[in-house]
Design a protein. Structure first.
Length: 258
């Protein structure tokens, strides 16, 4: 049996469902499939007025379109202002961005087929602004894998059931820790509360503090890294983030090559 949705989240779901009804007959509140198909909605971009009818990489969208995500990512809501009327809609979501290193996508592979100039690559990746990346908690650079590596990885991969159980246990640990507060997840806790009520273990932020002094991360980045460190600690069953958890979270925020 499905678990009941907490009332605040149920209210947000109903609001989004009502908004979706304006766009067509398809409604959001319906029996959910086990896996959602890849979205193929038509998107109008304000700068190019072009229609995108297939999944696109992030740099293929105009920069102002991507930057419009910054406020919803930060506040978890969208504020629409019109003449004399301002309305706020819930907009807490998980954002996943993907980008090739260049427009032709051949620069990452072993084949020498890329003809993109350095300027073209800079323009392409420049569509993803620094302030938007500052709001992305985890960044990973993936290297191409061979067929042998891909097949051998099957012997070490975990099943979805195993991973889902670990995630469920981590969420339950976070829920117990946050019981009696307005928050349920690590990502919802304000930075001031993290520093005051749930700081990591003493000395565990040494590398993070040095990175901040060197300008490698921002103040916003520090808060996001500590949140991720709490999630890592919850996943491994630690009562609070240790130095290894904070260092791993810092590496994820800066971007790891895999």
């Amino acid at each position: 049996m499905a678990r009941p949705i907490p009332r605040p989240r149920a209210t947000s779901a109903v609001c989004i469902d009502l908004i979706s009804a304006w766009c067509g007959p398809r409604r959001l509140i319906a029996p959910m499939p086990s896996r959602l198909p890849q979205a193929r909605k038509l998107v109008k971009t304000p700068s190019t007025d072009s229609t995108v009818g297939k999944p696109a990489e992030a740099p293929e969208f105009a920069r102002d379109v991507l930057d419009a995500l910054r406020q919803p990512l930060e506040a978890g809501e969208v504020v629409v202002a019109r003449s004399g009327v301002t309305t706020t809609f819930p907009a807490r979501f998980t954002l996943v961005l993907a980008a090739s290193p260049c427009p032709c996508a051949r620069a990452a592979g072993p084949a020498q087929g890329c003809s993109c100039s350095p300027a073209s690559r800079r323009r392409y990746l420049g569509h993803i602004s620094g302030p938007l990346l500052d709001r992305v908690d985890v960044k990973i650079e993936l290297e191409p894998v061979s067929r042998k590596e891909l097949l051998s990885d099957r012997n070490f991969s975990e099943s979805s059931r195993t991973v889902a159980q670990r995630v469920l246990q981590a969420r339950e640990r976070a829920a117990r820790r946050l019981r009696g507060t307005p928050w349920r997840l690590n990502g919802e806790v304000p930075g001031s509360e993290l520093r005051r009520t749930w700081p990591p273990a003493p000395g565990s932020l040494a590398v993070l503090e040095r990175s901040l002094e060197r300008g490698l991360i921002t103040a916003r980045g520090v808060v996001k890294i500590v949140r991720v460190a709490w999630t890592i600690a919850d996943l491994v069953g630690r009562p609070r983030p240790a130095g290894d958890d904070c260092d791993a979270a810092l590496g994820l925020w800066l971007g790891l090559r895999r």
